[in-house]
Design a protein around this ligand. Structure first.
Ligand code: BYC
Ligand code: FE
Ligand code: FE
Length: 471
C-alpha cells in the first residue's frame, strides 16, 4: 500500500501526484475549505497550540502522531485503508462480482446521494460545536472538542475526494455545496435534522458525540461493506478516528452523571443544582432529546431507498460479511410495529425494505450497553438512579412514528398530554439557561469544573494535568 505522502500540499496515500487533473481539482477546493474552516471552525482559538493527533499511516496500529498544532495548520488529507485486490461484492444482487473500482453507471445517482448525505454531516457538526471550547470544563475537554472537529473536517475531505474522483462535474458541484450549507440555517440547512440542532452546552456535546457520532459508527460500518471499493476503504479508515469521538461522549456522560450523583448525595436536600452541579433529571432530559433525534438519522422504518441501497450492494448491514451467513436478504421478513388510526399493528415487511430498522436495532443495543454502564457508575457512587433510553417511538420526526405522540415508554398519548409533560421529558429553556449559567471555561492546568468528574486518564499516556491547550 502507498504510504502517506506528507510532502504534497494535500497529504494522501492514494498517489494523488499521479493524477494531475484530480490533484488540481482538489488543490482548487482546498483554499475554499480553509476559508470555511476559518469562518465556521472553532471560534477564536485558531492561533493556539493544541495537543492533537494526526494520522501518519493507515495501518491499524500506530497510525497516530501527537503534537502541538495550530488547527489551521492541521494536515487534512486523504487516507484510505489498504486495498484487498481480491475483494468481492458481498451482498445484494451482485454478490460475487469483483468489488467495483469505478462507479457502476446505473448506481451513479444513488451512490452520489449517499456520499453527499454522509459528507454533509461532517462540516455540520463542526459548525454546531464551534463555540464550545470557550466553556470547556478542563483543558483536556477543550483539546478533545478540537480533536473531534479537525477529524470531522478530515471526514469531509474523505467524501470530497470521492466526489471529485468519481463523479465528474456533478461531484465538484456537490463538493462546493458541502461548504455552502450551514447547520441550522433557514435557507440552506444541513441535510439531516440532528445536524441542524444547536449544540452549545457541554451536556449536549457529550450527548452528541455519544449518540450522533455513534450513528456515524453504524452508518460508516454499513458503508464500509459497500461493493464500491473506494467508499468501503475510506469508511474503514474513518472508523479508526471515530472511536475517539464516541469515547469522548460516552466517558463525558459518565463523568457528568457520576458528579451529579456525588453532588446529590452531598446536598442536605439532595439537590445537585444547589451545589452548583447538574441534576440527574436534567441529564436524562438531554439524553432523551439527543437519542430521539439520532434515531431519526436511520431514516424511515420502511424504506425503498434502503432496499435499493442493499440490492445494489452499496450499503450493507452492520458487520454484513462477518455476522451474517445469508447475504441476499431475499424471501425474509421483519416485523415492524406500525401505528395506524391510533392502534399498533404488527406488519411483516420485506427484509430489504426494513434495513434502516435493522441498523437502528443494532444501534439501540449499543446505546443500551452504555446506559447500563452509566447506571452502574451512578449506583457505585451510592445513589439509586437508573439512567434509561426512551422508547424508539418517543419524540420522533422521521419515519412511521412521526406526527404521533408517545410517552417515554412508547405508549400513545394525545398531543395535549405530550405538551403538558414535555418539560419533564425534554430540556426546557430554563434548563438550557441554567447550564449556561454554570458552564464557564476552566482554563487552568489540572483543574476541572464543579459539575463534572475528572477523566480517569489523560490523552496518549499524558496526565490529566498536562497542558493540552496553550492558551
Ligand atoms: N433528517 O427512506 P427514508 C456521521 C430524508 S452520522 C432529515 O426515510 P433513507 C457524523 C431522506 O434523506 C452518519 N431528513 O430514508 C456524526 C429522504 O429524503 P429524499 C451520516 C431525513 O433514505 C457526528 C426522505 O427523508 N451518514 O457520520 O432510507 C458527527 C425519506 O427517506 C432524515 C449517513 O447518514 C433525517 N434524520 O435513509 C459527524 C449515511 N432521515 O431523498 C458525522 C448516508 C431521512 O426523499 N445516508 N431523511 O429527499 C443514508 O444512508 C440515508 O440517506 C439515511 C436515510 C439513512 C440518512
Ligand atoms: Fe465524522
Ligand atoms: Fe465523529
Amino acid at each position: 500500500m502507498a504510504s502517506i505522502d506528507y510532502e504534497s500540499k494535500i497529504p494522501n496515500n492514494v498517489n494523488l501526484s499521479d493524477d494531475r487533473r484530480l490533484q488540481r481539482a482538489l488543490e482548487h477546493w482546498q483554499p475554499r475549505y480553509l476559508q470555511w474552516w476559518q469562518e465556521m471552525g472553532p471560534d477564536g482559538i485558531q492561533e493556539k497550540d493544541v495537543y492533537l493527533r494526526t494520522a501518519v499511516s493507515a495501518d491499524k496500529d500506530g497510525w497516530a502522531h501527537f503534537d502541538y498544532v495550530k488547527m489551521p495548520d492541521y494536515r487534512w488529507g486523504i487516507f484510505l485503508s489498504e486495498r484487498d485486490p481480491d475483494r468481492k461484492v458481498n451482498f445484494g444482487d451482485h454478490i460475487g462480482q469483483p468489488a467495483w473500482q469505478e462507479v457502476p453507471g446505473e448506481f451513479r445517482n444513488t451512490l452520489r446521494r449517499i456520499i453527499v448525505t454522509q459528507g454533509d454531516t461532517e462540516p455540520a457538526s463542526v459548525e454546531q460545536q464551534r463555540q464550545l471550547w470557550k466553556t470547556a470544563p478542563s483543558l483536556y475537554d477543550m483539546r478533545n472538542v478540537c480533536q473531534v472537529n479537525v477529524e470531522e473536517g478530515r471526514h469531509l475531505w474523505a467524501m470530497v475526494y470521492l466526489l471529485h474522483s468519481y463523479f465528474g462535474a456533478e461531484g465538484r458541484d456537490e463538493a462546493e455545496e458541502l461548504l455552502a450549507r450551514r447547520s441550522g440555517d433557514a435557507d440552506k440547512p444541513r441535510i439531516l435534522d440532528a445536524f441542524n440542532q444547536p449544540c452549545d452546552d457541554w451536556l449536549s456535546f457529550y450527548c452528541f458525540t455519544m449518540f450522533a457520532d455513534r450513528d456515524g459508527k453504524f452508518q460508516l460500518h454499513s458503508l464500509s461493506e459497500s461493493g464500491f471499493d473506494p467508499l468501503s476503504r475510506t469508511c474503514k479508515f474513518m472508523l479508526t478516528e471515530e472511536a475517539h469521538h464516541m469515547f469522548v461522549g460516552d466517558t463525558g456522560l459518565e463523568r457528568v452523571l457520576r458528579r451529579s450523583a456525588q453532588l446529590t448525595l452531598l446536598d442536605p436536600s439532595g439537590d445537585a443544582r444547589a451545589q452548583g452541579g447538574i441534576d440527574l433529571a436534567t441529564e436524562q432530559k438531554f439524553i432523551n432529546f439527543w437519542f430521539s433525534y439520532c434515531l431519526d438519522l436511520f431514516g424511515s422504518e420502511i424504506s425503498s431507498n434502503a432496499a435499493d441501497f442493499f440490492a445494489a450492494g452499496l450499503k450493507g448491514r452492520f458487520m454484513e460479511e462477518k455476522n451474517y451467513t445469508e447475504h441476499t436478504a431475499l424471501g425474509q421478513e421483519k416485523l415492524v410495529t406500525l401505528f395506524k388510526d391510533g392502534k399498533f399493528v404488527d406488519e411483516s415487511v420485506a427484509l430489504r425494505n426494513a434495513m434502516n430498522e435493522v441498523l437502528r436495532d443494532d444501534y439501540i443495543d449499543d446505546c443500551a450497553n452504555a446506559v447500563r454502564r452509566w447506571s452502574k457508575a451512578v449506583k457505585d457512587e451510592g445513589l439509586d438512579f437508573e439512567v434509561t433510553l426512551p422508547s424508539r417511538r418517543f419524540h420522533r420526526h422521521q419515519g412511521i412514528y412521526n406526527g404521533a405522540f408517545f410517552d417515554l415508554q412508547g405508549n400513545p398519548i394525545s398531543e395535549a398530554e405530550f405538551n403538558a409533560r414535555k418539560a419533564d421529558w425534554l430540556p426546557t429553556d430554563a434548563d438550557k439557561a441554567y447550564l449556561r449559567s454554570i458552564m464557564h471555561g476552566v482554563y487552568e492546568q489540572g483543574k476541572v469544573a464543579n459539575w463534572i468528574a475528572p477523566p480517569r486518564r489523560g490523552i496518549n499516556g499524558q496526565e490529566f494535568q498536562y497542558e493540552y491547550v496553550k492558551l
